[in-house]
Design a protein around this ligand. Sequence first.
Ligand code: AMP
Ligand code: MG
Length: 279
Amino acid sequence: PPLATAGPIFRTTMTQPLTVPPGQKIRLADFDPRYCGEWTKAQAEPEIEKHVSALSELTYRLYAEDRRSLLIVLQGIDTAGKDGTIRTVMRGVNPQVCRVTSFKQPSAEELDHDFLWRIHKAVPGRGEVGIFNRSHYEDVIVVRVHELVPEKIWKRRYDVINVFEEMLVESGTTILKFFLHISREEQKERLMARLADPTKRWKFSKNDLLERKRWDEYDRAFDDALTYCNTEAAPWHIVPADRKWYRNLAISRTIHEALAKIDPQFPPAEEGLEEVLID
Ligand code: AMP
Ligand code: MG
């Protein structure tokens, strides 16, 4: 069925929507991870450059304004491109303005608390951009696939997450959630590339192969997280990510649109600056 289209501002030729109206069942199988509309890499590259420099300017304003924040959540299976997205799309952002948090297996101290404890500590303050490389969604994805907590517990977490995110939004945070969607074939290519390249081999873990065996279970966990946590306040973006350039285009454009909508303003200067003399 035709679905609602993504943001109108920079919309050109994309027809596979990035977003789905809340309440609709999301099945990744309905989405093409190789989708790239009518774009070519050569057309996309200058466009990505434009968005990257717009992000530089708009995040500078967000920081100066010091009232609102932006939280970018990146989820996706191993090799989906979470690190590459941060490296490419956010490269123009002043490190003073943004903070990246990579969520790994919880520490003993983190496990001693509720699952949102470590997440809440990492959310961006006013004037800040927060980037989550993995997130609280691990607590309904990997935790479910590996049965780390009983179903009764993780099932409740969708509602808890929705209320938590809504609270952040009401407190002045814009939340952009990106699911980086790659195909099983593309993951194979990327894992092989990691093995073959001595500068990438450090990223390879035999554990990734065990996770890969659970592809279908992960897909079911993703489908449910995308479906149940796709809210008005914080909708999911399902990013076709087999082509890195298209992924970068879709994400940089979405962040640009969101910041343009926030439209952060420089605070007014002190009064009487016209008469100031500096000797
Ligand atoms: P990487 O992103 O490759 O550095 O790997 C981080 C690992 O930590 C992944 O295998 C995640 O699934 C795992 N991880 C992150 N958050 C959690 C969590 N809440 N519970 C269990 N494992 C987690
Ligand atoms: Mg890894």
